[in-house]
Ligand binder design. Structure first.
Ligand SMILES: C[S@@+](CC[C@H](N)C(=O)[O-])C[C@H]1O[C@@H](n2cnc3c(N)ncnc32)[C@H](O)[C@@H]1O
Length: 177
């Protein structure tokens, strides 16, 4: 497998500021509304960054649900844990990884893969891992503004791990093959 590397600390800090601006214009909760995430859902936010969507999802899944926030960058993990603590959210678990999540097979209701696909040097290995952890009737929600809709659809479905289910504005939802 080709290995990704965490970005520099200064690039990560720049990204965090950029996302603050993004999130004030497009609230993360609006994107989560386009997924199947609901009270009690078990979610994996793969490539969570500073955790905008992790936090929005955790507020919806409540005490009976859980959000796993996975990222290759130690600063992402730190940011997510800090925000969860500040907001009193106890349903978030962080995972520092470049691919393997160590989660059980078929345990996730909805995976978020948001603004990360373009970053991956070996997307197939990541998709294989996401396929392994997703429940049979679960959803993979993908958004990456670096590609158009058809490009994302073909990249995800060519893996043979997922098939296209529906588009909700910028968000594409896939089911497990
Ligand atoms: C552009 S950010 C998007 C963050 C978040 N999904 C959002 O939209 O707010 C991409 C994130 O993916 C992470 N990343 C890149 N390659 C990764 C890999 N192989 N495994 C896990 N995380 C990765 C980066 O560290 C970064 O935090």
């Amino acid at each position: 497998m080709k290995k990704d590397k965490p970005m520099s600390e200064s690039n990560f800090k720049f990204m965090v500021n950029h996302f603050k601006n993004r999130d004030s214009k497009y609230p993360p909760s609006k994107k989560i509304e386009k997924t199947s995430i609901k009270n009690g859902s078990i979610v994996l936010d793969y490539g969570c960054g500073p955790g905008s969507y992790t936090i929005a999802a955790a507020e919806i899944v409540g005490n009976t649900g859980k959000v796993y926030a996975a990222d290759i960058h130690p600063l992402a993990i730190k940011e997510v844990e800090k925000s969860a603590k500040e907001k009193g959210l106890k349903n978030i678990e962080t995972i520092l990884t470049d691919c393997d999540t160590n989660l059980e097979d078929n345990c996730i209701d909805n995976i978020l893969l948001l603004d990360i696909y373009h970053d991956l040097s070996d997307p197939l290995s990541i998709l294989k891992e996401l396929h392994r952890v997703l429940k049979k009737d679960g959803f993979l929600s993908v958004d990456d503004h670096h590609f158009n809709e058809d490009e994302i659809k073909s990249k995800i479905t060519n893996s043979k791990f997922f098939e296209f289910f529906e588009r909700k504005k910028e968000l594409l939802n896939f089911t497990k093959v």
